[in-house]
Design a protein around this ligand. Structure first.
Ligand SMILES: Cc1ncc(COP(=O)(O)O)c(C=O)c1O
Length: 369
């Protein structure tokens, strides 16, 4: 089986974790600020707040911004479920806006039509490491005086229009699950230039404790969303290797002439940090063709996945908000045709060639369906 994703862990990462294990500081130790500083400095932001997942990072941003029941947050239906779950955790309502068919990101030109007096923030997602359109989202948010919570969980290392991903939002979030560009096993980080918002997040992640207060003094209701030093030590080494990671050139070269699929498009004015490699069947194919492709590639030893099913059609969301197929036609059409193929740093070119040959063989079967 050629796996969809594999972390890239060297002796350096292993030694860094072992060093923490030999120390007395397994949590709340020096590796936490070291990791926060490394990521904040790399992106060019003032504050980093490490937490235990990308989901909790997103949720803390919304809570720090005071989002509550009755508020509306504008977001995309083409993403991982956590981009919506963080909104539901605050009891606010996700308001979906359809996507741009090339970048697969929220279409900035549709955002203004979705703004109401209840809109309290915009939560755009760097889908598959592509930040196309984020400059326009910033312009629209500024015009309407709305904060942006940037879900960059899939985008650490991406540059768009000269700016690093993680620097567009009022608050920006990364995720460090093992399929991400940088991993800490599990983990996440909030970046912001606002010291007050950073302080609130630091308190919220640590049971509501205050700055310089005692262990049993709690300023607000909080959580244990802390990221241990063990994970941060791994993150410090991974962060020092960000620019070695994720080059998709092999697939782009091997699949350049394949007319039955659409390849991911890197924006002309940006440089993508690849998170996954997602191909899309051209319009003449339907969901049954994509599903057949996924099944047959798996049977042939290639792990694949249907990144992403539409968030608005997940049964619990569809039921709660009355969403149905056709509400976001571009998202619906894209979701029926996409497939993520194996992609990670240590994927040898020989394996990439096997993936491509298998893909082509399975594509040949589609016209008989
Ligand atoms: C776009 C997006 N947002 C949020 C998350 C949540 O991150 P985590 O799994 O670390 O909670 C992910 C994780 O895959 C993601 O892809």
């Amino acid at each position: 089986m050629i796996h969809l994703s594999r972390p890239d862990i060297t002796e350096k990462e292993i030694n860094a974790v072992v060093d923490v294990l030999k120390s007395p500081n397994l949590s709340l130790g020096p590796k936490v600020p070291e990791f926060e500083t490394a990521i904040a400095k790399y992106v060019g932001r003032k504050y980093g707040v490490a937490v235990n997942s990308g989901t909790t990072a997103l949720y803390l941003c919304l809570e720090a911004l005071g989002i509550k029941e009755g508020d509306e947050i504008i977001t995309t239906p083409f993403t991982f479920i956590a981009s919506t779950n963080c909104i539901l955790m605050t009891k606010a309502k996700p308001v979906y806006v359809d996507i741009d068919p090339v970048s697969l990101n929220i279409d900035p030109e549709r955002i203004e039509a979705a703004i109401t007096p209840r809109t309290k923030a915009i939560l755009p997602v760097v889908v598959f490491g592509n930040a196309w359109g984020f400059d326009r989202v910033v312009e629209i948010a500024k015009k309407h005086n709305l904060p942006i919570v940037e879900d960059s969980c899939e985008g650490l290392g991406t540059i768009y229009k000269g700016k690093k991903v993680g620097s567009f939002g009022t608050m920006s979030c990364f995720g460090f699950y093992p399929n991400k560009q940088v991993t800490t096993g599990e983990g996440g980080m909030i970046l912001t230039d606002d010291g007050n918002l950073a302080d609130i997040c630091v308190s919220l992640r640590n049971q509501g404790r205050g700055k310089g207060g005692g262990w049993l003094a709690h300023e607000r209701m909080g959580y244990n969303f802390r990221l241990p030093d063990i994970n941060c030590a791994l993150g410090v080494v991974q962060a020092s290797r960000i620019d070695e990671f994720r080059v998709a050139k092999t697939y782009l070269r091997l699949l350049a002439d394949e007319k039955r699929i659409i390849l991911p498009t890197e924006p002309a004015d940006g440089q993508m940090s690849w998170f996954v490699f997602v191909i899309r069947l051209v319009d003449k194919y339907q969901q049954k063709h994509r599903d057949h492709l996924l099944k047959r590639m798996f049977e042939n030893g290639v792990q694949v996945s249907n990144y992403f099913p539409p968030v608005h059609l997940q049964p619990f969301i569809a039921k709660q908000f009355g969403c149905k197929l056709g509400d976001f036609p571009i998202t619906d059409a894209v979701c029926q045709r996409t497939a993520a193929i194996p992609f990670h740093n240590n994927l040898p070119e020989s394996d990439a060639r096997i993936v491509v040959d298998t893909l082509k063989k399975c594509l040949d079967e589609l016209d008989c369906l």
